[in-house]
Ligand binder design. Sequence first.
Ligand code: C2E
Ligand code: MG
Ligand code: MG
Length: 803
Amino acid sequence: MAAGYAIVMALLLASLAALCVLAIQSINSHHADVSLVAAFSAAVCLVVIWLLADLVASQQRALRRERVLRSAVKSLASAGSEAEVAAGVAAAMATLAGAGCQQDSLLAVSERGSLRPAGPRDHAPPARWEESHALLRTWLPQLCDGEPRLVDGTPQTADGHLAATDAGQVVPRDPGRAERVMLFPLVPGGRAERDHLIGVLAVFGSEQHLAGLRTTLETVAGQTGLALTRVMSPNGSSRSYGEAYFRALVQDSADVVLVIEDSGKIRQATPSAAGFFGDTPMEGAYLADITAPGERDEVVRSFTRMRDRGGDTKPVVWRMTRPDGSAAEAEVRCRDLRDNPAVGALVLTLHDVTEQHMLERELKHRAFHDSLTGLPNRLLFTDRIGHALARARRNGTTVGVIFVDLDDFKMVNETMGHGIGDELLVAAAARLHDLVRESDTAARLGADEFGLLVEAASDSAAVETFAERVVCAFGEPFTLSSGSVITTATVGIATTEDSTDAGDLVRHADLALYAAKAAGKRQWRHYQPVLSVGVAKRWELQAAIDDAVKESAFTLVYQPIVKLATGEVAGFEALLRWPHPRWGMIHPDQFIALAEETGHIVPLGTWVLERAVSDILAWQQRAPRRAPLYVSVNVSARQFANPGFVGEVRRVLAASGLAPSALLLELTESVLLRRDDRIRSDLMELKRTGVRLAIDDFGTGYSSLGYLRELPIDVLKIDKSFVEGIALSEQRRAIVDVIIHIARALGLTVMAEGIESEVQRDLLVSLGCAYGQGYLLERPVAADDAEALVRDGLVRELRPTGR
Ligand code: C2E
Ligand code: MG
Ligand code: MG
C-alpha cells in the first residue's frame, strides 16, 4: 500500500517541478498566455493524480479482500472443530477490517430447531451467552428462504451491549454503530438442501459498509458452511449434524421414527409420532411415559427385547391406543445405531398397519362367514368337519352332520319380498345358533340351507334326538317386522357310523335331506345307502361333459372390461357356455366344479385359451385400434396345478402370434393358497413370457394381502359381492376404499366386477377404481357382437345417443 502512495507522490512532485519552472518563466517573461498554460496544466495534473490515487486505493482494498479470502479459505479448510471454524471466521473478519478496526460478526450453528453461538460454551461469560441467544432467536424466522438478508441492528439489551465472545467471535459493544446486520444462512450443500439450515453468519455494520463487503462476505459464508458441514458430518462425530441430517431425512415421514437411548429415553421423534402418542412432548420423555397404561408393560418389554438383541430383529407388532381412544397397530423395527457416532442410539421405526390388518381380518372373516347371518359358511363348516373327525378318531366319539332346509322359503321370498326373506333367514340362523352347544357349529351353506355339526355325541341315536329338537324348534313362529311367520324345517342326518370321510358325510346328509323332503318335509331322515342311487344324475352329467369335451361342444361369450370414466372397451373376459341339446344353455357354475373333479378341465381350459386367443387376434386384425385390446381368460385351480400349464400357454401364444401382453390370466385366491415354490416359479415364468396376471373374485377366498406383495400380480378384480354392498353401507364402501388404496400402493390395476347400477359405477370411479365390468355396462355377448363393440370402441351404456 505504502509503495503505491509513494509512486503517486513521486509523480506529483515530478509534474509539479516542471510546472514550477514554467510558472517562474512566465513571471519573468510577463507572458500571460504562458501563465495560463501553466495553471491549466497544473489543474489537469492534479485531477490525473487524484484519479490515480483512487485507483491505487481501490486496488489495495481488492488486495486486502483477496488476502482475507485466501486466509479465510486456508484457516477454514484446515479447521477441525466447530471452535476452529469460529476462530477462522473471526480471523477473516479482523483481516477484512484492517489494522486497528473491528469488524463485528457472530457465527451460530443450529441445534434442535434453534441457533446457538458456535464454539465451546465454557469460554463465554454466562450473561453474554444468554444475550447472543436472544439475538439469534430474533433472526431465526428470517432465514427460512436460504438467501442472505439485511436486517435491523442488534436489539437493545439490559446494559446496551452485546459481546458474546468465545473462540474469538465478536458481536458489537456499541449498538449505535451497528444499525444493520447482514445474515448469511449456512446450508450443508447446494440449493436442494436450502431448507436444512446448519447455521448462520451474522456481520454487523452500516448498510453502505455491508453492501460494499457483500461479495467477499458471501464467499466467506460459503467457505464457513462447507467447513461446518465437514466438521459436523457423521465422520466428524458431531451429534448436531446427525440431528440435522436426521430431521432432513425423516421430517415428513409417515412412519414414526424414534431415536431412543438404552434407558428408553427418547432423544428425537418425527412429527408423525403425535398420531400414536398424542401431542405430549416426546423428546426427553421415556417410552413408558408416553404409552397408554394398559399397553405400557408390553411395549417396554418388547423394546427391552429388541435392545438386548442389538436391534435389527424381525419386525414386531405393537397394539396401541391412539390419543382419540381408537385402537391402532404398528409394525415396529429396531436398528442399533449405538456405535454410530452421529446417532449413538437405537432407532425405532413404527409403520402404521392398522388399516391393513383391519382389512385382512375383515377379508378373512368374510371368506369364512356368511355376510347376511354372520354364521360360518360352507368353507369353514367343511374345515370344522375335518377337525371334528380327527378329534372323534382320538376320543372314539360320534360326529353328526345335519343339513337343515327351510320349507317353502321361496314362497316367503316371493310373496313377502326379499327384505322379509332376509329377516327370516337371520332369525332362523339365530334360532339354530341358540340350539347348538358352544362346541358345535351352525353354518349357512346356501340360500335357505343350513348345516349343523354335532361333535362328541355318544352315538347316532343322540344325533337323531338333536335333529328331532331342531324340527320341533321350527314349529314355533318367527316374529318379523311384517308380523309372525311360521316356517318349518326339513332335516337330513349323516354320522360317522355311516362313513368317516368328510366328503362322504356332507354328501350323505344332502341325500338324507332330499329323502326327507320327498317324504313330505317337516321331518328328519337319517342317511341310508340306498339313497346313493340318486347320485346317478351326477354320473349322467359327467358322461355328458366327457362327450362335449371330445366334440368341442362348448362356446365362448365375451364380456367387455370397460374404462369406467370414459366407457372405452379395454378388453374382454372370455366366459364359457355349454349349449346342451336337451338341458339348454348350461352356465359354468353348473359344470366347472365337476370338470375340475374329473380332470376334464385341463383339455377344456386349453380349448378356451386357444379359442379366446384366436378370436381376439382376428378382431385386432380386422378392426385395428390405437389402444391395445386384451382378452382375459379364467384359469381354474386344477388347471393351474397341471405341470404342463405354463408350457401350454407359451405354445398357444407362439402358434397364434398374439402379443403375450394381450393375454390376462385370471386366477382365484384358492390357486395361491398353497404357497409352494412351484406356484411361485410358474407365476414368475408366465410373467417372464409377458402375460399379465389377475386375481379374480378378490375378497372371497382366504385373502392374505401378503401374496399380493410377494407374487407378480398385475390386476386385482374386486368381487361383485363387494360392489353390491358399496351403495348400501358406509362400512362396505370403506372396505372397497381400503382395497383400492392398498392395491394402488402395490402398483396393481383395480377392476370391479358385477357393476349393475350407475350409483355403483360412480362410487367406484370416485374411489379411484379405473376399470370394471357388469350388466350396467354390457352383458356377456357372442363373439360377433363383441367384435362390433371393438369397432365401436365404447360400450352401449356410455355410447353417445344417436349412434
Ligand atoms: P368370474 O370369472 O368371476 O366371471 C364373472 C361372472 O359374473 C360371469 O358369470 C358373468 O356373467 C357374471 N357377471 C358379469 N357381470 C355381472 C353383473 O353385473 N351382475 C351379476 N350378477 N353377474 C355378472 P358366468 O359367465 O356365469 O361365470 C361364472 C364363473 O365361472 C366365472 O366367474 C368363472 O369363475 C367361471 N368361468 C367362466 N368361464 C370359465 C372358463 O373358461 N374357465 C374356468 N376355469 N372358469 C370359468
Ligand atoms: Mg373371471
Ligand atoms: Mg370374478
